[in-house]
Design a protein around this ligand. Structure first.
Ligand code: FE2
Length: 427
């Protein structure tokens, strides 16, 4: 007998009336109209069954710290950075763990079951690293958490010399952090930025690790570290293992230069993560009018065959006062900022927070195929476009074939003149 059978589901690829059978925490069968005895049967009633949401770019060490020690009054990047500087010495491990676990609860309720989080390694105590390693272990039964060693103040910019943060980063890796981060545009000079990319990629090659750098998060069209990132990826044979995050300067670059750059990025098989909620608020702040949007060139990168995903980046932290762990909100913003309104492009926005994001993280067994992990989210929507439009309610969330979260269908009861009283959900 099957462990679980979900019937009458619509899948993101458009197939309807699908049955998904689960045995031993894996997908055993995906067939139209399939029926078989199961310990538990769920009728999806034509709603969309997707693989869970994946956030490929987050900062869990800062999440839910809104108001600590004070609120970002201006809402700008610069005030956010100084606020983070004020908060860092006050961080306590238990409080950080508590906030991260609270966020993971939100994530599960939203069907978000894999998160790549950057963790600041500049504090020599590595307190945030210890806290998030503890959280990673604690949530492992339901969330796949991947940590990136992030030298937020600059890999080569330590107050005690260029080796200080690099040493912290290596210590973080030795403790079990998974991925190597960087922030070349924030180093003291352009040359130092290029050097940091080279050193960090060499470290990744030496240790067999993935790379994910905050790269060119700037409106400066001359911030071109992604070119060096692609070059080092090629030189060291790291193709497919390196991600460029943000890449907002590409928005402002000369088109002729970008036509060369995108081909180099495709050749190096770079992954790209755009963070639409954050970059639409932080970029363009030095502009009067017109104001640049500041998101990287998502449709053009996808058109070149590059894997592009969307990240949430921040939720209620020094840089961003909003957010709720809802990757459909992220997709919704990415769609608008990138003007991705064709039918195909809207579906690509759904993929940017599911399959593409899973590819960035290198998740094993992710997807709706026989043999993949039985992890699903059942949405109160009939297709990916409707899911984005409604930021659809998560009816049920399954991990390894077990129900781990559910929400009642979102409905409103209306009592209107000249209309019979009735219940409706927004369509
Ligand atoms: Fe970030």
């Amino acid at each position: 007998m099957l462990d679980l059978l979900i019937t009458h589901a619509r899948l993101p690829d458009g197939r309807g009336n699908m049955s998904v059978a689960v045995q031993d925490a894996l997908i055993a069968e995906i067939t139209e109209g399939f029926e078989a005895p199961a310990h538990e049967t769920v009728d999806a009633q034509g709603m969309l069954l997707s693989s869970p949401f994946v956030d490929p770019h987050f900062h869990m060490d800062a999440a839910l710290s809104y108001g600590l020690p004070r609120v970002n009054q201006s809402g700008t990047l610069l005030e956010g950075i100084s606020l983070w500087g004020e908060l860092k010495p006050l961080l306590a491990q238990e409080a950080l763990v508590e906030r991260a676990l609270a966020y993971c609860d939100w994530a599960v309720a939203k069907g978000l079951l894999a998160i790549r989080t950057h963790v600041d390694i500049c504090d020599p105590r590595l307190l945030a690293v210890d806290a998030l390693l503890q959280v990673k272990q604690q949530v492992a039964p339901y969330i796949e958490l991947q940590l990136v060693a992030f030298p937020q103040d600059g890999a080569l910019r330590g107050p005690q010399g260029p080796q200080q943060h690099m040493d912290n980063l290596v210590r973080a890796l030795d403790k079990g952090v998974d991925v190597i981060g960087g922030i070349p545009h924030f180093e003291r000079t352009y040359e130092q930025g290029s050097l940091s990319v080279k050193l960090l990629c060499e470290l990744a090659a030496e240790r067999g690790l993935l790379v994910d750098m905050h790269c060119d998060e700037s409106d400066d069209p001359h911030s071109r570290h992604v070119e060096t990132l692609a070059f080092e990826t090629q030189r060291l044979g790291l193709q497919g293992r390196v991600t460029g995050s943000h890449l907002t300067s590409m928005h402002s670059m000369d088109n002729y230069y970008v036509s060369k750059l995108i081909a180099l990025m495709a050749e190096a098989q770079l992954h790209v993560v755009a963070n639409p909620l954050i970059n639409i608020t932080l970029q363009g702040r030095h502009d009067s009018y017109p104001k640049r949007r500041g998101m990287t060139r998502v449709p053009e990168l996808l058109g070149a065959g590059i894997n592009v995903a969307f990240g949430h980046d921040c939720v209620m932290d020094p840089w961003y006062s909003l957010g709720s762990g809802d990757m459909l909100e992220v997709a919704h913003m990415g769609l608008h900022v990138g003007q991705m309104t064709s039918q195909a492009a809207m579906r690509q926005c759904f993929e940017a927070v599911t399959v593409n994001a899973a590819r960035v993280m290198g998740l094993q067994g992710y997807g709706l195929e026989v043999g993949c992990k039985a992890d699903f989210v059942l949405l109160q929507a009939r297709d990916p476009v409707e899911a984005i439009r409604l930021r659809a309610n998560r009816l049920k969330v399954f991990k390894a074939g077990k129900l781990i979260a559910e929400s009642p269908p979102a409905t409103s009861t209306l009592a209107l003149p000249n209309r019979p009283s009735h219940t409706s959900w927004m369509r």
